[in-house]
Design a protein around this ligand. Structure first.
Ligand SMILES: *Cc1c(COP(=O)(O)O)cnc(C)c1O
Length: 391
């Protein structure tokens, strides 16, 4: 099997599994307890917090472990809104955010907040000037993701953050896809809050983290015991957090060389697929792009068909389209980039990770043209295009 869906999730690394295991077995002490059995649990959390902080250029006191990346996004956005609602009720985000951000903003609209959804250009880029134009005296929060999970476009968060600072609005950025792929130094980046997730970097599902800059006061997420500096109550997912720490340690050791390796494989796909298959559009930005995401629209075909055929060929990939109650819904990201529904339906995302080899990429380049040709043969869109456009 060839797994090319690392932007959706990744396999827990063997080293990470080994780091998690003791906390699921013998080391089961509650980190808040006082006896020696509990010390190892508390120490594992401290160490993971230290590692993540060091890796992203933050202080350990600015890192809060959460249940997932979505939770971190929800916390940052909703807590900021409710904390600052007397100062203003306007929020700025983009049309191409992850649903954890988009739906949090939509929920706030229901509660009387006003949200501006900035439209990206055709490469998926939000320009700092757009933020500057949209920002107002009553803007309390700007949320723009760092790297887009569908088309890989990387936003200029330094410039966007600088505008927010100047205007006195808090700046949140979803960095789930950039963690481990691009160098981060949050101390020197004008960002107040950021979201991370362990399972996108070979950690386990069900652990995330939120960066909250020191001095930024927003509501706590969960009331209860005093865990996570009294901001997110609940006995910690010790095994998951310990694994997250190990995943970060692996990134500290190999992350940079791995990103370069993935960039080479990505470019092979970005160049090789349009070379071998007619009527393919590369989506996203050519240069401001995450190292592990290659994304396309394969015209005159439906993404669902491509995925089923790839699955038959033992290749796991993803399409921006989500099958909602039987009807295919085109990706909100591709529609925001300006593609029509038919084109957006032919989307294909291949996302790379540490186990992918060059041979696997060569294999995909070899089998994909045949798969697409067969699908087009039975596609009414293709027949129609040939009839009417003479292609
Ligand atoms: C996966 C992902 C999330 C959600 O993370 P979970 O831990 O699965 O909740 C949020 N934002 C982006 C950009 C993602 O890719």
């Amino acid at each position: 099997m060839i797994y090319l869906d690392h932007a959706a999730t990744t396999q827990v690394a063997p080293e990470v599994f080994a780091a998690m295991k003791p906390f699921l077995q013998d080391q089961y002490g509650n980190p808040s307890s006082w006896y020696r059995l509990a010390h190892a649990s508390a120490a594992a959390i401290d160490e993971a917090r230290q590692r993540l902080a060091e890796y992203v250029g933050a202080s350990p006191r600015e890192i809060y472990f959460t249940g997932c990346g979505s939770e971190s996004d929800n916390w940052a956005i909703k807590a900021t809104a409710w904390t600052l609602r007397d100062k203003g009720r306007h929020i700025i985000t983009s049309q191409i955010e992850h649903h954890a951000v988009l739906h949090s903003c939509q929920a706030l609209e229901q509660d009387g907040f006003e949200v501006t959804y900035l439209a990206p250009d055709s490469t998926g880029l939000i320009a700092p000037e757009q933020v500057a134009e949209a920002i107002r005296d009553d803007t309390i929060l700007v949320s723009i993701m760092h790297g887009n999970n569908e088309v890989g476009t990387v936003h200029p968060i330094e410039e966007i953050g600088a505008i927010c600072r100047e205007q006195g609005a808090l700046f949140h950025s979803d960095m789930v896809q950039t963690l481990g792929k691009l160098p981060l130094n949050l101390a020197d980046t004008p960002v107040d809050m950021a979201a991370f997730s362990a399972h996108k970097v070979h950690g386990s599902k069900g652990v995330g983290a939120m960066y909250l800059r020191r001095g930024v006061k927003i509501r706590k997420l969960l009331d209860g015991g005093g865990q996570e500096s009294d901001r997110r109550a609940g006995t910690e997912n010790v095994a998951g957090i310990a694994g997250f720490g190990k995943a970060i340690e692996l990134l500290q050791e190999h992350g940079d060389t791995e990103s370069l390796r993935l960039t080479v494989l990505r470019d092979k796909l970005l160049e090789g697929i349009p070379e071998r298959i007619p009527h393919v559009i590369v989506t996203g930005h050519r240069t401001r792009r995450l190292p592990h995401i290659a994304s396309f629209c394969i015209r005159y075909i439906e993404g669902e068909g491509i995925l089923l055929s790839l699955d038959d060929a033992d290749i796991c990939a993803s399409s921006g389209s989500a099958c909602t109650s039987g009807s295919l819904e085109a990706s909100h990201v591709l529609l925001a980039l300006g593609y029509d529904h038919a084109t957006a339906h032919g989307s294909l995302r291949l996302s790379l990770g540490r186990d992918n080899t060059e041979e696997e990429i060569d294999h995909v380049l070899e089998v994909l043209p045949g798969i697409i040709a067969r699908l087009r043969e039975i596609s009414p869109l293709w027949a129609d295009a040939q009839r009417h456009r003479g292609i």
